[in-house]
Design a protein around this ligand. Structure first.
Ligand code: PNW
Length: 486
C-alpha cells in the first residue's frame, strides 16, 4: 500500500491538514455525530494523555538537576536493549510548548506528566533546587493557558542517585521520609494550579523489577524478605506523601496512587468466577494496593510470606492507609484469568496458552475486557468513588509508509476495543472519571530504549520532529464525540 496514499490523502484520513491543524469543515462533520447514548462516556469525563519525566525531558544537567538511578542504569552497558539512554530523549524540557500544542490538537482536557525528583532535590533530601521546579511552573502555566488540566506524578521511577548510594534507595525508610518532604515541597509550590497529584507510579513494577529481578534500575536483586521490606517502604512513602500534600498543599488538592494493579479477570463470566476474581484482586495486590486501601496485609499474604513478611508497626499501617481522593489504575493487559475454587483462598489462576494474542511487546497481551473488569472489581472491593485509568495504550511497529505516514491500525484496534469496554463500565456506573492514554508521543521506553513506540505522535529522535499517527486522529475523534463507536 505504500505510495498509494499521498500526504494530503493521509491528512484527510487523519483529520489533520498537512500542518497538523484540524480543518473547520472536518470539525463540523465530526461535531455532528449520530447520537448513541449507549456509546457515550459521562459528560465530565476527563480525556487525557500521559508521559513521564525521564522518558521525555532530556536536559540531563540543566538548571541544577541531580542524577537519577535511571541515568546511571541506562549508561551501564547491556542494560538497555538498543544501547540508548534518555540524555536527550524527546527534549521535552525545551520543546514543552510544542508538545502542549500537540495535546491541544488532540483536544485532550488533561495531561499527566511526572516531576523529576532530582530536578527539585538534586540529592533527594537536603537543599531544594527551586530552578529545577521552575520548569514545572512553566509547563503548568502553558497547560492552563491552553485549557489543559495538569495532573502531576511525583515519582515515576527516577530516584535521586544520591539516595540510592547513601541509604540503598527504597531499602531504607529514610527514602520514604525524603519522598514525603519532596512531596510537601512540591505541594506548597504547585497546588495553587495543580489540583491532582499522583504519588507513586507503578510500585508493582519498579519494586519487583528494580529490586527483585534487577531488570530495571537500580538493578538490585534482593531476597524476598528484603524485597517485601522495599515494597513496605514504598507504601509508607506513599502514605507519608499523601499526608504531606494535605499538610502543605492547598486545601482541596486531590491525591492518590497510580498503580499497575495485578489485573484479575473471570475466565468465564459466572457469578462464582466474578467472586473468585474479586478475591484474587485483593490477594494478588496484597503487598501494595490492598494495604494502602485497607490498612492491613492480608492473612494469606502474611502466611504465604512467612519469615519473609515485611516488618511493620501499627502506626506505619495507619500512615500507609491515609485516605486517597482517587485511585489511578494503569491497565494494559490481563494478568490473571481466574476461576472459582473450593479451596482457600477461593480462586485458581489459569495458565496462559502460548497462543494467547499480544501486541508487539510480549507482556502486552490483548484483553479489552480488562478495562471493564478491573475498575469494576476495584471499585467494589475498596469502595472507591473516583478511579482514573492513569495509563492505557500500546506499543506498535509503526511502520512508516513511503509518504511518511504511520497507519497504526493495530493500535487503533487495541484502543477501540479497550475503550468500548471502558464505556461499558462507565455506563453501568463504575466510577471511572478519566482516562490517560499512554502516550502522547513516542519516548524512551525504559529497558527497550527507543525500539518500542507507544505514542499517538511519532517522534523522529534524530530531528525531534513529531508527526501524528493515524491513532492521533482516532483519539481526537473519540474525545470530540465523547464516545467510542458510531
Ligand atoms: C508502564 N509489564 O510500564 C510505565 O508506567 C510507563 O512508564 C511505560 O512507558 C508504560 O507502562 C509502557 O510500558 C510498564 O511488563 C512496563 O507488565 C512493563 C509492564 C507494565 C507497565
Amino acid at each position: 500500500m505504500s505510495g498509494k496514499f499521498s500526504r494530503r490523502h493521509f491528512a484527510k484520513l487523519a483529520g489533520f491538514s498537512a500542518l497538523g491543524m484540524v480543518q473547520p469543515q472536518q470539525r463540523a462533520a465530526l461535531a455532528a455525530p449520530i447520537e448513541h447514548a449507549s456509546r457515550s462516556f459521562p459528560r465530565e469525563f476527563v480525556w487525557g494523555t500521559a508521559t513521564s519525566a525521564y522518558q521525555t525531558e532530556g536536559a540531563l544537567d540543566e538548571d541544577g538537576r541531580g542524577r537519577s538511578i535511571w541515568d546511571t542504569f541506562a549508561h551501564t552497558p547491556g542494560k538497555i536493549g538498543d544501547g540508548s539512554n534518555a540524555d536527550r530523549a524527546n527534549d521535552h524540557y525545551h520543546r514543552y510548548k510544542e508538545d502542549v500544542r500537540l495535546m491541544k490538537e488532540l483536544g485532550v482536557k488533561a495531561y499527566r506528566f511526572s516531576i523529576a525528583w532530582p530536578r527539585v532535590f538534586p540529592d533527594g533530601d537536603g537543599a531544594p533546587n527551586p530552578t529545577g521546579l521552575d520548569f514545572y511552573q512553566r509547563l503548568v502555566d502553558e497547560l492552563l493557558a491552553n485549557g489543559i488540566e495538569p495532573y502531576a506524578t511525583l515519582y515515576h521511577w527516577d530516584l535521586p542517585q544520591s539516595l540510592q548510594d547513601r541509604v540503598g534507595g527504597w531499602q531504607s525508610s529514610d527514602t520514604s521520609k525524603a519522598f514525603a518532604n519532596y512531596a510537601g515541597y512540591v505541594a506548597e509550590r504547585l497546588t495553587d494550579r495543580v489540583r491532582n497529584i499522583f504519588t507513586i507510579n507503578e510500585a508493582g513494577r519498579f519494586v519487583n523489577f528494580g529490586y527483585g529481578s534487577g531488570i530495571d534500575a537500580p538493578g538490585v536483586k534482593l531476597p524476598l524478605a528484603e524485597l517485601n521490606q522495599v515494597r513496605h517502604h514504598v507504601a509508607l512513602g506513599h502514605g507519608l506523601a499523601v499526608q504531606a500534600i494535605r499538610a502543605r498543599g492547598r486545601a482541596g488538592t486531590k491525591a492518590g496512587p497510580a498503580e499497575n494493579i495485578a489485573a484479575c479477570l473471570p475466565a468465564i463470566d459466572t457469578p462464582a468466577n466474578v467472586r473468585a476474581a474479586e478475591i484474587a484482586t485483593r490477594e494478588l495486590n496484597a503487598g501494595f494496593l490492598n494495604v494502602i486501601m485497607e490498612g492491613n496485609y492480608t492473612n494469606a499474604f502474611l502466611d504465604y510470606a512467612g519469615a519473609d513478611a515485611p516488618k511493620f508497626t501499627a502506626d506505619e499501617l495507619k500512615v500507609i492507609a491515609s485516605p486517597n481522593d482517587f485511585v489511578g489504575l494503569n491497565i494494559y493487559a490481563p494478568q490473571h484469568y481466574v476461576v472459582a475454587s473450593e479451596q482457600a483462598p477461593g480462586f485458581t489462576v489459569l495458565p496462559f496458552p502460548t497462543s494467547f494474542p499480544h501486541m508487539n511487546v510480549d507482556w502486552l497481551r490483548i484483553g479489552p475486557e480488562t478495562l471493564y473488569w478491573v475498575p469494576r472489581l476495584a471499585a467494589k472491593i475498596w469502595n472507591i468513588d473516583t478511579i482514573y485509568i492513569s495509563e492505557n495504550g500500546t506499543s506498535a511497529a509503526d511502520d512508516v509508509t513511503a509518504d511518511g505516514s504511520v497507519y497504526d491500525i493495530d493500535r487503533i484496534m487495541y484502543l477501540r476495543n479497550y475503550l468500548a469496554q471502558l464505556q461499558r463500565a462507565t455506563s453501568e456506573g463504575v466510577p471511572v472519571r478519566g482516562y490517560f492514554l499512554w502516550s502522547l508521543m513516542d519516548n524512551f521506553e525504559w529497558i527497550y530504549g527507543y525500539e518500542k513506540r507507544f505514542g499517538l505522535y511519532r517522534v523522529d529522535f534524530q530531528t525531534q520532529l513529531r508527526t501524528p499517527k493515524l491513532s492521533a486522529s482516532f483519539y481526537r475523534n473519540v474525545i470530540e464525540r465523547n464516545a467510542v463507536g458510531l
